[in-house]
Design a binder for this molecule. Structure first.
Ligand code: HAM
Length: 419
């Protein structure tokens, strides 16, 4: 019988990989907590209508990529393709608008999109994201952007670029769209099939089309900046002023329009050259009309989401370049020679774990050399060796696996010394 394989576009995270995942998740939590964001967990599935109304009928996500099915009660259910609409749904449903504003939340979890799998594009991927609801201040846009950058920087990632644009509001967008349609209709032959069909429904998407000819053409189109209304212009100026106050560098990029319909004013993406074609690490923007679109009280809001798998890919490359693993060593491995030493080691391992120190021993009866090799491969920071002499002397030989330094530490002081 053939073995069962995982569905296309999904990945298993293997036991040796989670180190970077866990570090990244911990970094997200600590960066978010430091700025007053608390965790929200929304369901993995929602009523389909949330996304058709929230994300938009004419988006790729709603048109082609949703995992939608009827449940046993004949309701149309969709596995969440993104986290913003669910957060706004929860904000409205639980009347979080009545609490002091802004409400600042973050999330980490899986999203589902039926996309053509390729490098960096999965059918189940994991996002971390933040949403700040209840304020239209451009300072909040800058804060959100700064949080995403802080996460990457805290993880040691440096070589990324922040691209910024404004796609206006319902007041100024129609005028820009009209201009685009007029210009594009004169050059239909130069556009790809997708862009031809987008022209009426979603002309802004022509600006970020990945087709080479469309991209060349998009560069010649007038930027949205020139068409912003007074309010949007002022807001955008505010965002850039706050970003500069935060000493954050960014590039203005009129081709950033994002693939979801709910955006207003600020949009941004963080790119990394090490990612290949799917070079966007994360992105977001303001969505001042979404709460109303979902039947709730008007609520200005801004947020971002970023792919964990993509960040892990870049961080893993960085790890290979900088022997990140060596610096990221943790825990204690007690190497034993003989049964009696093993009994002592089992007790010490228990005590170390009780004091929060990750500790382990050999379960395969390996030789000293093989235990040392195993500890090294496991990324252990410290080994404690206990043989016959050590047992008699009441101490362990403790070796730092990075520096190679060795010292003798009495059993009674071992836990304290290694904590
Ligand atoms: P998004 O750009 O669709 O935005 O997704 C955010 C990030 O998730 C992307 O930049 C990418 O890193 C990752 N991602 C998306 N699709 C895939 C995929 N198929 N495979 C692997 N990674 C993927 C949103 O979802 C918005 N909700 C962001 C937001 C929050 N805007 C405001 N608040």
């Amino acid at each position: 019988m053939a073995i069962i394989r995982a569905p296309r576009g999904t990945i298993d995270v293997f036991p040796e990989e989670p180190k970077i995942w866990i570090q990244l998740e911990q970094t997200v939590r600590s960066v978010c907590h430091s700025a007053g964001y608390t965790e929200i967990r929304t369901p993995i599935f929602e009523h389909t209508e949330l996304f058709t109304r929230g994300v938009g009928e004419s988006t790729d996500i709603v048109e082609k990529e949703m995992y939608t099915f009827r449940d046993k009660g004949d309701r149309s259910i969709t596995l969440r393709p993104e986290g913003t609409a669910p957060v706004v749904r929860a904000y409205l449903e639980h009347k979080m608008w009545a609490a002091p504003q802004p409400v600042k939340v973050y999330y980490i979890g899986p999203m589902f999109r039926y996309e053509r799998p390729q490098m960096g594009r999965l059918r189940q991927h994991t996002q971390f994201g933040v949403e700040a609801l209840g304020s239209s201040s451009p300072a909040l846009d800058a804060e959100v952007i700064s949080l995403l950058i802080s996460v990457y920087q805290s993880m040691g990632l440096e070589e990324f670029t922040v691209r910024l644009n404004s796609i206006g509001c319902p007041e100024c967008r129609p005028r820009y769209k009209e201009t685009l349609v007029k210009l594009l209709s004169k050059h239909l032959d130069e556009l790809c099939i997708d862009c031809k069909s987008r022209l009426e429904r979603n002309p802004l998407r022509v600006l970020d089309c990945k087709n080479e000819r469309c991209a060349v053409f998009a560069k010649k189109l007038p930027p949205f900046f020139d068409y912003l209304c007074g309010d949007c212009k002022e807001h955008f100026k505010g965002v850039t002023t706050y970003l500069e106050a935060l000493r954050l560098s960014y590039e203005l990029d009129p081709t950033i329009v994002r693939g979801l319909d709910y955006y207003t004013k600020t949009v941004f993406e963080v790119m990394h050259s090490g990612l290949g074609a799917q070079n966007v690490l994360g992105g977001g923007g303001r969505y001042d009309g979404l709460a109303e679109e979902l039947g709730g009280v008007p609520t200005p809001a801004v947020g971002f989401a970023a792919g964990i798998e993509r960040a892990v890919q870049v961080l893993q490359n960085l790890a290979n370049d900088k022997s990140y693993e060596n610096n990221g060593r943790t825990g204690v491995f007690i190497i034993t020679i003989g049964d009696e030493a093993r009994l002592k080691a089992i007790h010490l391992t228990h005590l170390l774990r009780k004091h929060g120190v990750p500790a382990d021993i050999d379960y395969l009866g390996r030789s000293l050399r093989a235990q040392m090799k195993y500890a090294d491969k496991q990324g252990i920071q410290t080994v404690a060796i206990i043989g016959e002499d050590e047992l008699k002397g009441g101490y362990a030989v403790v070796r730092d696996m990075v520096t190679g330094e060795q010292t003798q530490i009495e059993f009674d002081n071992l836990v304290e010394a290694l904590r």
